[in-house]
Ligand binder design. Sequence first.
Ligand code: MSP
Length: 512
Amino acid sequence: MKVLLSEPQRIDIPFVMGHSFACKTNDSGRKNREFCKKKRMKKFITTPIYYVNDVPHIGHAYCTLAADTLARYWRQKLGRENVFFLTGTDENSQKTVDAAAAAGEEVMPYLDAMAARWKETWEEIGIDFDDFIRTTEARHHKTVHEVLTTIHGKGDIYKGKYEGLYCTGCEAFLKASEVDEHGHCPHHKKAPNVVEEDNYFFRLSKYQDQLLELFEKNPKLLEPEKRRNEVLSFIKSGLEDISISRENAEFGIPLPWDKSHKIYVWFDALINYRSGCPSEEFWGNTLHLLGKDITRFHCVIWPAMLMSAGISTPAEEYAHGFFTVDGEKMGKSLGNVISPLDLAMKYGNDGVRLGLLSSFEFGNDGDFSQEQFHDLYNKKLAGGIGNLFNRVTVLIHKFLEGKSPTESTAFDAKTLQHFGERLEAKKIREAIETMFHVMDDANELLNSTEPWKLAKTDLPAAEKVFAELIPKLATIAKMSETLLPEAAPKMWKMIGEGKKVGEAAILFQRAE
Ligand code: MSP
């Protein structure tokens, strides 16, 4: 399944949305270029780091593919060196220790094997991350120590007694009001552990007003609106200080000033974004993508930790929805967990990416239907885009001896601008729809003009149709660098260099 990709075609992108990077021209050319280089925005894109007690399923792949897709878009716009995409694994968790024990293995070898499995899965399905961080790495421990020492020095950590409920599944403390009628964690359907121990606490309550102010000033601190409102009402309901260490934990990062305590896994995990960030320039434009279940950690605890540590808060956070599979919650017990690798075997990496990201709009909840996924692949990719490219190149070979009727890179700038706007708003499904519209438009032109008939009676008229079709194909190829990255280089080959079109090829095999 691993396909080596060539670098995407570096063509100046006609869509420049949001920030403008237009450089003023004056005679001091070199100075000006340097100024522009410095002014170039950098973008840091992250996924949550995944627990390694299990293998990746399509729920995890969903967020990772979305982040990869956005990273590819931003690389196209800003240049590869200005975008940094980080993913990784969350390893200092009790879940992991339990999973290693259940597998009859020592913790570290188990973690090494599982982290490798996650990393390889992402590589196999075509995720082009810039770095993969593990929270057991020394570089992460170092950053955690620095951040915690600063927060401690600020007087925001104190020792107290924790008495309450802890759910290992969530790796979170639960309030008595949060358990269901059976006294179980509503997500894991298990009774949480009752714990009573000396812990260190973080003064989260101190940051309540600052957090509200931060939200007010920064509408992108959490999107979509629905999630933002949930978190805002949680903050307004009154924040309590949180326990940030466990006295009896077997595994984890010790507190810098009291080695008998291990840092609470979420408090260490969030810091991965700092450990894995290449520089302050990137940090200034951070986009965290996450699931809707972990917004309180990312949009309440995390910004408060950063404010306490004197580090700037993320520019943007976006929470996506959850999906069910054929109407059911995905879970091991239901036996409906789908591996992205299994899907990729049948539909290819582009098929998985497009199928998952178009199931429903990023940000909403939705259902993943296997049947719909299969039909979409055959209709829109194999029978749609694939067939379109094949037909057009075959016809140009047949009637124009392969001579390209127009400049291949003349894309439709307006459509690309719209496409870029949709991606910058994280409306990934709408961006996909934009690509399908171009495809429908091209097919309509082809079917209404029938250039295969026209060519026999009026060759120049047929040539004109092909000249109109090529920019449409180029527009699709340009969008595919983001949405269908394995097909994109093959598309450019078929479109050719402006003089001759390439050989016709099958972009997507029909799935049985
Ligand atoms: N380790 C924490 C994250 C720490 S980030 C500093 C964690 N890990 S997780 O492996 O349980 O979940 C990772 C992500 O997968 C979450 O964003 C979660 O929302 C997402 N998903 C897990 N199941 C999912 C679906 N069924 N659908 C969509 N996303 C899902 O939480």
